[in-house]
Ligand binder design. Structure first.
Ligand code: CA
Length: 220
């Protein structure tokens, strides 16, 4: 899952970035509204964390511009304490949720998980595909109750496929959602990781759909 973090407070950005990375997200960052708007306008993100008070272009304007052109990714806004009018304005501008500063990283992570799974139509934080279970709260994956030992990259790949199970996901989709912007993107790498992940899963769970991509599907 790929997250865009737009926050101009360098210390806070650093803390949130570390928290997001330790929860296995790939993250792009911006420290002003103009750059942040551009990233969200041109790259696909699974969710955005958007501070409202930003230099060059304020967060509400960033959000309104995205929504005006149909960019519908989940957006969590960060608002100042005791500023109920910011929350109202943010939700009216198209925010999906808000968090008041200061906040606990655990709460930000829980809200993001909820936004991401709702955006793809899942109500529960435990995702299932046949014998495979993924608990998105703690990153635990099991097959028939046996824990899977996954690298960070394999986990990200599996989590993305689990969120979009029974759908065909193209290699370029995977590249877009598994790598940050500054990463060397080579779609052959995706094949390598798919191969490694397959070896850890029951046969047939990850299908190759020729010419289109991959599909995680429960064996019938
Ligand atoms: Ca700010």
């Amino acid at each position: 899952m790929r997250i865009l973090l737009i926050e101009d407070d360098a210390m806070l950005q650093k803390q949130v970035l570390a928290g997001l990375r330790s929860a296995a997200y790939v993250v792009d960052t911006a420290d002003n509204g103009v750059d942040g708007h551009h990233l969200g306008d041109t790259s696909p993100y699974d969710a955005v964390v958007l501070d409202l008070g930003l230099p060059r272009l304020d967060g509400l304007s960033v959000l309104r511009r995205w929504r005006a052109v149909g960019r519908d990714m989940p957006v969590l806004i960060l608002t100042a304490r005791d500023s109920w009018h910011e929350k109202v304005a943010g939700i009216d501008a198209g925010a999906d949720d808000y968090l008041t500063k200061p906040f606990h990283m655990e709460e930000l992570l829980a809200r993001l998980r909820a936004l991401i799974r709702r955006a793809v139509g899942h109500a529960s934080s435990e995702l299932r595909c046949g014998p495979l279970w993924l608990d998105t709260r703690n990153g635990r994956a099991t097959v028939d109750g046996q824990a899977l030992v996954l690298t960070g990259h394999e986990y990200r790949l599996l989590a993305y496929l689990m969120h979009h199970r029974e759908r065909v996901i193209s290699r370029s989709d995977l590249v877009e959602h598994l790598y940050a912007q500054d990463f060397d993107r080579d779609s052959n790498t995706v094949e390598v990781f798919i191969g490694r992940l397959r070896k850890k899963l029951p046969p047939g769970l990850i299908e190759t759909v020729r010419g289109l991509g991959y599909r995680l599907t429960a064996p019938t």
